[in-house]
Design a binder for this molecule. Structure first.
Ligand SMILES: O=C(O)CCC(=O)C(=O)O
Length: 272
């Protein structure tokens, strides 16, 4: 998938790009079944909320073929190769559950703040790609972004070890308020929450400020976050487990665009 000049400009100006229904219903059905199975597993990669509900399944691309294919998918990999002008590797792979009624908050933060402080990533030349597995509504814990906040570099942050089960470098209220006011200056909203059908894809800059509210609805909101990093910008510090911050900097060779469908069809035939 090649980005148009307009898409690259939107990314530079606003810090994000949104692609509604980038994956088909059949591709998403395949990933959703695998995701539900993974979130039920008892293994170190599956982290739970304080309530015990699943929060995040890490590194599924290392032990699940469907997610290996997703992490090598040209619709995700090629745009990032284009933005960074070089090959990319998988820095992180997360399956965030935001379960019905129990999914907890993600405090306001910048991803690169964590990658720099915890992983020694030299520059913000990595970014998150969100693949929606469920419909993301305004009310089930949609990801909220502060447009243009990526232009402020890496902001001062505090290491929050207590709010949720997952440690995060978070921003204070006055910083978030200031950035929202700045985003509002040209009459636009200070916060956007791209909602959409399963299969939609959101790509956002490593320094874009974002967060999400708890999910108090009966509608689960599973999203995959694939973090791809420019190979020459690989991490230099290994403070977190390998399944959270990967140490294999091999450039990704994209698979065929139809790889997920081929896998779904082959397995359906095998099961019949
Ligand atoms: O899943 C979410 O709502 C937020 C995840 C997030 O912000 C992150 O992984 O950095």
């Amino acid at each position: 998938m090649k980005l148009s000049q307009e898409q690259v400009k939107q990314f530079d100006d606003q810090g994000y790009m949104f692609f509604p229904e980038c994956f088909s219903a059949e591709e998403i059905a395949l990933m959703s079944i695998e995701a539900d199975n993974i979130l039920k597993m008892d293994r170190p990669e599956v982290w739970r909320e304080k309530s015990g509900a699943p929060r995040t399944g890490f590194a599924a691309h290392t032990f699940n073929e469907v997610f290996r294919l997703l992490a090598h998918h040209p619709r995700l990999v090629e745009p990032l190769q284009q933005v960074f002008g070089e090959p990319v590797y998988v820095h992180q792979f997360k399956l965030n559950a935001k379960a019905a009624f129990t999914g907890d908050v993600w405090q306001w933060h910048q991803d690169y703040g964590t990658w720099a402080r915890d992983d020694g990533m030299p520059e913000p030349r990595a970014m998150n790609i969100a693949v929606y597995l469920d419909e993301v509504h305004p009310f089930n814990g949609a990801l909220m972004l502060v447009p243009k906040s990526h232009k402020h570099g890496t902001l001062e942050a505090g290491h929050d070890l207590s709010t949720t089960s997952y440690p995060l470098w978070t921003l204070d209220e006055s910083t978030v308020t200031r950035l929202c006011r700045e985003a509002e200056e040209d009459g636009k909203p200070g916060i956007v929450a791209p909602v959409g059908k399963p299969g939609s894809v959101l790509m956002f800059h490593g320094n874009l400020v974002h967060g999400s509210a708890p999910n108090i609805t009966p509608y689960p909101r599973k999203i995959i976050y694939l973090t791809l990093c420019a190979v020459s910008n690989h991490i230099t510090k290994f403070t977190r487990p390998e399944f959270i911050a990967h140490r294999d900097f091999t450039p990704i060779q994209p698979v065929d665009d139809g790889a997920l469908l081929e896998h779904a069809r082959a397995h359906r035939v095998a099961a019949e």
